[in-house]
Design a protein around this ligand. Structure first.
Ligand SMILES: [Zn+2]
Length: 296
């Protein structure tokens, strides 16, 4: 039987592993629109919904990842590092990666190039001063890119992003005038814990939907996404948030998901940084879905 297109385009992973899992968490804390417009300071309860992430859920998550010996990437707004430096230092101390995620979770597509540059420079100073690191990864906070974003990121030393949706494998984003492409590690909403588990009031979220999904159903969805990715030898990343899924009852979902992955065998668990580096070295001949995404 001739090989299918999916088999012919299956990526190569280290040590002959079948598929790749790059667990990633967005440690937003209380940053975001309400902080950017200042309204969060009149809404202390909402502030604590976010602060729960770095203050309480992160430690539980790090323990869980340590028990299972899997690395992860945390995309962290620099304001969170300034306000919970010890908690964020533990991410690095335990061997995980930290990537850029804005200073206060700015929507990059709303900023001009100088505005985006200012966010990146301020974030780089905070990461250097508080953690002694220089991240190479970026995940877009709150939405999309502007036409200048990829250039601003490259000039800031970013070498991979996990912001787009165009494939279920990494791919390369080329920019005019830049010799080196950026690696994109695309995620998807199915692996975003907000889609099934977020619920808060004032502001209402999800708007007019006063419930969350069943935990069993949520775990089943995530497991099926992994099963398909593993079957076809692809790369699965997550858009999980400590403040959403790092809670006492929900951490069991992540434990079960990772245990299920381990049971299948042949999974390369890696940070997004390591995945990007591997991809650049070993899979650069794979086509990209479109270079227009980067210049849109
Ligand atoms: Zn975020």
């Amino acid at each position: 039987m001739p090989a299918t297109d999916i088999q012919q385009t299956a990526p190569r992973w280290p040590q002959g592993n079948r598929s790749c899992v790059a667990l990633a968490f967005d440690l937003d804390g209380p940053t975001g629109d309400a902080m950017l417009d200042g309204s969060i300071w009149r809404n202390p309860s909402y502030f604590t919904l976010g602060s729960y992430g770095p203050w309480r859920a992160l430690g539980r998550l790090l323990d869980m990842l340590g028990d299972r010996k899997v690395p992860a990437t945390f995309f962290v707004p620099a304001w969170v590092v300034e306000n919970w430096p010890e908690q964020c230092a533990a991410i690095v101390a335990r061997g995980h990666e930290i990537g850029y995620h804005g200073y206060k979770h700015e929507a990059f597509w709303t900023l001009d190039a100088d505005g985006q540059r200012a966010v990146m420079e301020r974030s780089a100073r905070v990461f250097d001063e508080y953690l002694g690191i220089r991240p190479v990864g970026f995940r877009t906070p709150s939405g999309d890119w502007g036409p200048d974003t990829i250039r601003v990121l490259m000039e800031a030393g970013v070498r991979y992003s996990s912001s787009m949706r165009g494939d279920d494998r990494p791919y390369l984003l080329h920019t005019a005038g830049m010799a080196e492409p950026m690696v994109e590690i695309p995620g998807r909403w199915e692996m975003d814990d907000y889609a099934s588990l977020a619920y808060h009031r004032n502001p209402n979220f999800p708007a007019s939907l006063d419930r969350i999904a069943s935990y069993d159903t949520t775990l089943d969805n995530w497991r099926r996404e992994f099963d398909g990715s593993h079957r076809d030898g692809l790369c699965l990343t997550t858009l999980f948030h400590p403040k959403v899924s790092g809670k006492p009852g929900r951490i069991a979902l992540l434990e079960s998901l990772i245990d299920h992955m381990h049971e299948q065998g042949g999974v390369w668990f890696a940070t997004c940084r390591d995945v990007a580096q591997w991809w650049r070295m070993n899979n650069a001949d794979h086509a990209s879905p479109t270079s227009q995404e980067a210049s849109r």
